[in-house]
Design a binder for this molecule. Structure first.
Ligand code: MN
Ligand code: MN
Length: 288
């Protein structure tokens, strides 16, 4: 039975406005498996911090946040996705803000399916070193390497944006051009500034944010399943969160891999990111 909770999550589900759910699933991981241990490792790391977020003047201990523990569905991706979609529907139909703690990136497909049932239109913003745009990977369609492709099929390429991309196959380059997927490399984000880029996107009023933690440079966040050099830093990630916060309707953080996180720093950065996300979203609160 799950007892460890994310720090300062003091409410029960019915009283909460923000709900954390762990998804310890890593069955399609191709390089370093082990992200199934991340939900609890990140929870443990969260107890390192003060509940007061100085920059945003928010005390997390006072906020209505609930940690539901982990999804208890293992096995194939398809059954995990079904179970997750069901759980996320229960959260969003009560107008609560879901935070999914992966696990591998595959889980985002289930969340987007749930959002689609609730909202007529929304955009999905993905922060990821990888384009994840393969049609299938190692014979599997619901794979972490195909997430952006599956999501684009659900809501249309024009509603999906990827930031921080620096790794894709030739096949992904060709198909993303053909299907007109918009993505930005790390150098583009830095040259044109993230705030200018976001301003010029055709974003819907509701945005779901998916953070594949490998978008961060592995010298900061080494404990991920597929480390890819030349990434963003945590300040840039938090800036993105702040810029989007007034429109966010949900968030996931995926691909943290504690078995390769020797100093535990990656889980610490992930826990800080969640704290910051909760405080930012609450401050501009659209959560009603
Ligand atoms: Mn990914
Ligand atoms: Mn990735």
């Amino acid at each position: 039975m799950q007892t460890l909770k994310f720090a300062d999550c003091n409410r029960e589900f019915q009283d909460a406005k923000i709900v954390i759910l762990g998804v310890p699933f890593d069955a399609t991981s191709s390089f370093r498996a082990g992200s199934r241990h991340a939900p609890n490792a990140v929870r443990e790391a969260s107890w390192n911090f003060e509940s007061y977020i100085q920059e945003l003047d928010v005390d997390l201990a006072a906020l209505p946040v609930c940690d539901l523990g982990n999804l208890e569905e293992f096995g194939k991706a398809e059954s995990m996705l079904k179970a997750l979609e069901f759980e996320v529907c229960k959260i969003i139909e009560k107008n609560k803000f879901p935070i999914l703690l992966g696990g591998e990136h595959t889980l985002t497909i289930g969340v987007v399916k749930a959002l689609k049932k609730q909202y007529k239109e929304f955009s999905v913003m993905i922060l990821d070193a990888h384009l994840d745009f393969r049609n299938e990977y190692l014979g599997v369609k619901n794979s972490h390497a195909c997430v952006t492709r599956r999501i684009s099929e659900e809501i249309g390429c024009e509603n999906v944006y990827s930031f921080g991309v620096r790794s894709l196959s030739k096949e992904e380059k060709v198909s993303s051009e053909k299907l007109k997927l918009k993505y930005f490399t790390v150098s583009e984000l830095r040259e044109k500034k993230i705030s200018n880029i976001i301003k010029n996107l055709n974003l819907k009023e509701k945005i779901y944010l998916s953070l594949d933690f490998d978008v961060i440079d592995p010298s900061f966040a080494p404990g991920v399943s597929n480390p890819e050099p030349l990434g963003l830093n945590l300040n840039e990630i938090l800036n993105c969160i702040k810029l989007l916060s007034s429109k966010l309707v949900g968030f996931d953080i995926v691909e943290v891999c504690p078995s390769y996180d020797n100093s535990g720093i990656t889980s610490i950065l992930a826990a800080k990111t969640i704290q910051y996300l909760v405080a930012s979203v609450w401050r501009v609160s659209k959560i009603e």
